[in-house]
Design a protein around this ligand. Structure first.
Ligand code: ATP
Length: 359
């Protein structure tokens, strides 16, 4: 397996930098997922590594070797695309065998390798099946077997599960991670689905406008998005301009009123994110804690959505008495009905102080 290193890689299309001085390291055996909205440069990144696009500046190193001038088929990189592009007229075996045959490997070796790979992706005995008779998820596995067959030093996945339905994706992504772990595959994957990235990756990289704006352990990025852009991209909506008080540490003034913030938050203007788990629902008529902050912010429940695999969590949309709409999450068992009047209090652990957008 190979490590990957990008140094100050820039790709320009006219006046636009699709990649703007990107530095990125992927260690051997590491699974890195690149996240970003449409147009942020994710596919361009993969194309540069695969050798399909030449960078205007910067260097791409695979296993320590500079790839300038190395053609795609000599880079030892496997690619799997969203639409998996199987050959419709070949059977399963013919698809998986493709890369091996191009390389001129002996027939017996190829047959053994195809059987081994089909076993690996959970499709034993399907060698003679026409690919058109397979389900979407099965075709995805064939595409994966085909990408893995030539033992690429680096496997790159571009929205690998994009076209499958959510429950199948959630299942396959777990299988993929297990498989890559077992094989020790170095993986660079691209997705715009945060759930997929968080389930698959050892490390996530968030892109905006051709630049890397945050990189880290998935839980860390989720817990501490580095900017309003990253927070919104991850799906957070409880984001407001705020001012951390200098006089009372651990409190910020927001359109929802006073909100507790971590004690070490610097005083002054900021952007505040309250994760849905930090919006705690109290019954409207619940007794307060003596009239300080216990009374909470009066809100009306406007919508409820099931979320999470086991559907044990409810996402609530609230219309507060003051300030913009709030998203809260609470256990299904105790979720109030739409139309209910509730009060909410905020918990500091789920409040993140982001740099002020104007700072
Ligand atoms: N061949 C090209 N010619 C001109 N502009 C291009 C070309 N390829 C990409 N771009 C531009 O470069 C930017 C980055 O494109 P890229 O395809 O890398 O984004 P992406 O993050 O993969 O988007 P998506 O999620 O929609 O696939 C976009 O603004 C795109 O329009």
């Amino acid at each position: 397996m190979a490590s990957l290193r990008l140094r100050a890689v820039t790709v320009r299309y006219g006046g636009l930098a699709a990649l703007d001085a990107v530095d990125l390291d992927v260690a051997e055996h590491e699974i890195v997922c690149v996240l970003g909205p449409s147009g942020s440069g994710k596919s361009t990144l993969l194309r540069v590594v695969a050798g399909l696009t030449e960078p205007d500046a910067g260097r791409v190193l695979l296993a320590g070797r500079d790839q300038r001038g190395v053609p795609p088929h000599r880079r030892g990189v496997g690619l799997m695309f969203q639409d998996h592009q199987l050959f419709p007229t070949r059977d399963v075996g013919g698809n998986v065998d493709f890369g091996l045959r191009v390389r001129g490997e002996p027939r017996e070796d190829r047959e053994a390798r195809v059987a081994e790979l089909l076993e690996l992706v959970g499709l034993p005995g399907t060698r003679r099946r026409p690919v058109a008779t397979l389900s979407g998820g099965e075709q995805q596995r064939v595409a994966l077997a085909r990408a893995l067959a030539p033992r690429p030093g680096l496997l790159m996945l571009d929205e690998p599960l994009g076209q499958l339905d959510r429950s199948l994706r959630e299942r396959l992504v777990v299988e993929l991670r297990r498989l890559f772990r077992r094989l020790g595959t170095t993986v660079l994957a691209v997705t715009h689905d945060q759930g997929e990235a968080f389930a698959l990756a050892d490390r996530v990289v968030v892109m905006e406008g051709g630049r890397i704006v945050q990189t880290g352990d998935p839980a860390e990025v989720w817990q501490r998005p580095a900017s309003e852009f990253v927070a919104r991209f991850l799906g957070f909506t409880n984001i407001v301009p705020a001012t951390v008080r200098g006089t009372v540490p651990g409190t910020a003034d927001t359109p929802w009123g006073a909100v507790p913030v971590p004690a070490d938050a610097p005083a002054g203007p900021c952007t505040l994110l309250v994760r849905p788990g930090g919006v705690r629902i109290e019954e409207a008529d619940a007794p307060g804690d003596g009239g300080t902050s216990g009374a909470g912010l009066p809100c009306t429940v406007t919508a409820r959505t099931l979320r999470g695999g086991g559907f044990s969590e409810i996402s609530l949309l609230l219309e507060p008495e003051r300030g913009p709409a709030l998203e809260a999450s609470c256990p299904l068992r105790s979720a109030p009905e739409p139309g209910a009047a509730v009060r909410v209090v905020f918990t500091a652990d789920d409040v993140v102080v982001l740099p002020s957008e104007t700072a």
